[in-house]
Structures are given as C-alpha cells and as structure tokens.
Design a binder for this molecule. Sequence first.
Ligand code: SF4
Length: 165
Amino acid sequence: MLALGEERVSELIRTLGLYRTKAKNLIALSRILVERYGGAVPRDRQALESLPGVGRKTANVVLNVAFGEPTIAVDTHIFRLANRTGLAPGKTPFEVERGLERITPARYKGHAHHWLILHGRYVCTARRPLCAACILADLCRYEEKTLAAAEPPQRGLKARSGSRR
Ligand code: SF4
C-alpha cells in the first residue's frame, strides 16, 4: 500500500465516497502498521481505533471479519433498521450495538451485521422501505410501514453479496 502511494490508491478507490480522504487515511494507517505492528493488523480494539480513519464501526468489522470475533458493526443501515423494527432501539450507534449484542444469539453473531446491512440496504431502505415484500413485516413495529405498496426487492441481493462499509 505504501509503495503504491496516495495518488495511486486514490485512483483505485475513486468510485467510493470521500475517496481522497480514505486514500490519505489508508496510506497513513499503512505506515503505522508497518512501523509499529510489523505490517500486521492488530487484534485489539484500542489499537485499531487509534489508526487514522478507523472508528468503532470499522474496528468492529475488522474484529468480526478478520478475526472471527462476535462483534456487531452498526452502520447507517443497521441503525435505521434496528430502530424502525424495534429490534434494538437506540439514540446512538453504540446504544444500538449494545442492544443487538444483547439479543443476538451467539451462533448468529458471526454474520448478523452482514444480514442486517443487506436487509437495510435493499429492503428496509431509507426513503421508501419495501414493507410489502419484507420478510419481517409481521414482526416489525415500524408505525409507518406500508404493506399496500407491493414492489419486489431491488436488484442486487443475490448479485452483490459484498457490503460496503
Ligand atoms: S416491514 Fe418495512 S419498516 Fe419494517 S423492516 Fe420491513 S421494510 Fe423495514
């Protein structure tokens, strides 16, 4: 990463939002990983969160995906979904994270945040949630849910299995 340099990294990730800031952070954190951690990503929340551009959500993603820890990263989709459904209401992402951790059975914690992100991104969308096509409609406590407006889930659930963070 360091050998590529900020300009090249910036070109490679230019389809992402805020790519210039992200490229800058990637170079800075790569330098720290090489200088302080022998080029390895630390399995430690505090160390992760001290890296440029890395907050609690990203640290949770790394701990979960790279190290298999049962963390739940709360992004904008999960925050919305947890509050709308009543699954784990909270005023802050941290409150929602704590709520989801409490109610998610241990055997599902490995993938829970991926499933929730995908549901939030493609079904329980911010402006027009697809309640009529939602598998959770009978359980969801969202007062404004509209079961009349039948519309199939958006493209991409099968084709795009990855998740942006
Ligand atoms: S019923 Fe509607 S508001 Fe509730 S989770 Fe499904 S899409 Fe979201």
